[in-house]
Design a protein around this ligand. Structure first.
Ligand code: EPU
Length: 418
């Protein structure tokens, strides 16, 4: 990309990756054909569909005008197993564990290892399933869970976990009796999963708060559901407008899901307004530095930390950015240095001193949100920036370069998607 163009115009947000992944897994809970719409076309979604097919489901994305729709059905016998080859490419494959044990009485799912941004254990997922009566063993790198019939129970998470909350919720909907889950994640994606489960006939209350109560039911029905817009993609596009000095309407961005991000963009001097079912970001003449501390929802999301850091590299003043969710989520920092950013890391805190200008350079993406932050910085940098290992981007952003080009950015993909 060549930096320096102020972005203008309108852009649409796709469906939310982190809602789509658990929701696709939830199709395991019902017989018949489940239909999900507004499913983003991402590498991670393709992996989840592959996980479902490997088990014996029919799971496919439709084509043509219905290319945003996925249909899933359980045709015959299910092999309730998620193999290492798939789980190692996407940790969220572990989301099949809860539905499998609830519906089929057993599951064998490869243990996800660590990943670039942290160790990311799944002890809380297992603690929750044990509380519902599942017998859990770890053998040969796999989690084996068994239960003739799960029974409702008390689950108090020691750590707030998004996919852990989702996994246990999907198990509890078919457990016998009442489950109370405490210290749950409150992310909009957890709420969206509960919405889908309730449409299927489940009795979930309290999703979106830290206490979720579930009355188990005997069986669930297939549903037709359109997935909510991706708040992190929306936030990334708002930052694209801000860092380029532009004025962009991000359609479908939901203000109620982006409070913390909107607050920080306003503090940095941007004008953010709700408009036409979306959010408009108008950049100021000069951006101000702001401090950021990532926490669980409704706090500032870790998934927006790298993008806001890119913005802070060219803001006036000094910004202190603390990452409290993952222990290794500053891998974009050495790459931002290559573009001329002034950032010092002390433990889980980064101190960013705004510079007058960034200068384009070849850089390397290390994970999904890091790749987005490098592209944002490249939009602002003088000269040419080339981001390699862009497959990280395709895990979570649907054709970001096309969306940015539609806003006037001088950006192209050098190699086509695999
Ligand atoms: N944790 C544990 N034990 C557990 C589970 C989590 O100690 O059993 C710790 C983790 O190591 C981490 C913290 O709890 O330090 C929070 O992790 P969480 O489980 O909430 O993360 P996750 O469910 O694995 C989801 C998103 C991530 C997002 C995080 C935090 C999905 C599929 N993934 O991951 O999304 O960063 O929540 O909000 O929903 C991304 O989209 O780029 C991404 C990484």
């Amino acid at each position: 990309m060549k930096g320096g163009t102020a972005l203008h115009g309108e852009v649409e947000v796709s469906g939310a990756k982190n809602a789509a992944l658990p929701i696709l897994a939830s199709a395991l809970l019902a017989d018949g054909t489940t239909t999900f719409r507004n499913v983003p076309d991402l590498a991670d979604v393709a992996t989840m569909l592959e996980v479902l097919r490997t088990m014996g489901c029919e799971a496919a994305r439709l084509t043509g005008k219905k290319a945003d729709t996925c249909e899933i059905s359980i045709a015959g016998n299910i092999t309730p197993e998620a193999p290492y080859d798939l789980v190692k490419t996407m940790r969220a494959s572990v989301l099949v564990l809860g539905p499998l044990v609830a519906r089929f009485g057993r599951a064998r799912v490869s243990m996800p290892g660590g990943c670039a941004i942290g160790a990311r254990p799944i002890d809380q997922h297992l603690k929750g399933l044990k509380a519902l009566g599942a017998d859990i063993h770890l053998t040969e790198g796999y989690v084996e869970a068994r239960a003739k019939q799960l029974k409702g129970g008390m689950v108090n998470f020691d750590v707030i976990t998004v996919t852990g909350t989702e996994n246990v919720m999907m198990a509890a909907v078919l457990a016998k009796g009442r489950t109370v889950m405490e210290n749950c994640a409150r992310e909009p994606e957890v709420e969206e999963l509960a919405r889908v489960l309730n449409k299927m006939g489940a009795k979930v209350e309290g999703a979106g708060t830290s206490v979720i109560t579930i009355e188990g039911v005997e069986s669930l029905n297939p549903v037709d559901h359109a997935i909510l817009p991706d708040r992190i993609e929306a936030g990334t596009l708002l930052v694209a407008a801000a860092i380029s000095g532009g004025n962009v309407l991000v359609k479908h961005a939901r203000p109620e899901h982006l409070d913390a991000v909107i607050d920080k963009l306003r503090e940095a001097g941007c004008t953010i307004t709700a408009e036409g079912g979306g959010l408009r970001c108008k950049a100021p003449r000069s951006l101000k530095s702001v401090n950021i501390t990532t926490t669980e929802h409704p706090g500032f999301p870790t998934d927006m930390q790298a993008q806001l850091m890119a913005l802070m590299t060219v803001s006036h003043g000094t910004s202190v950015i603390s990452e409290n969710i993952f222990e290794n989520r500053f891998m974009h920092v050495p790459e931002l240095h290559r573009l001329g950013a002034d950032i010092t890391i002390q433990g889980h805190t980064a101190v960013v001193k705004g510079v007058k200008a960034l200068s384009g350079a070849p850089v390397m993406a290390t994970d999904l949100r890091a790749s987005a932050s490098l592209i944002l910085a490249g939009l602002r940098a003088d000269g040419q920036t080339e981001v390699s290992r862009v497959y990280h981007l395709d895990r979570g952003y649907e054709r970001l370069e096309r969306k940015l080009r539609g806003l006037g950015a001088d950006i192209r993909r050098v190699k086509e998607r695999a």
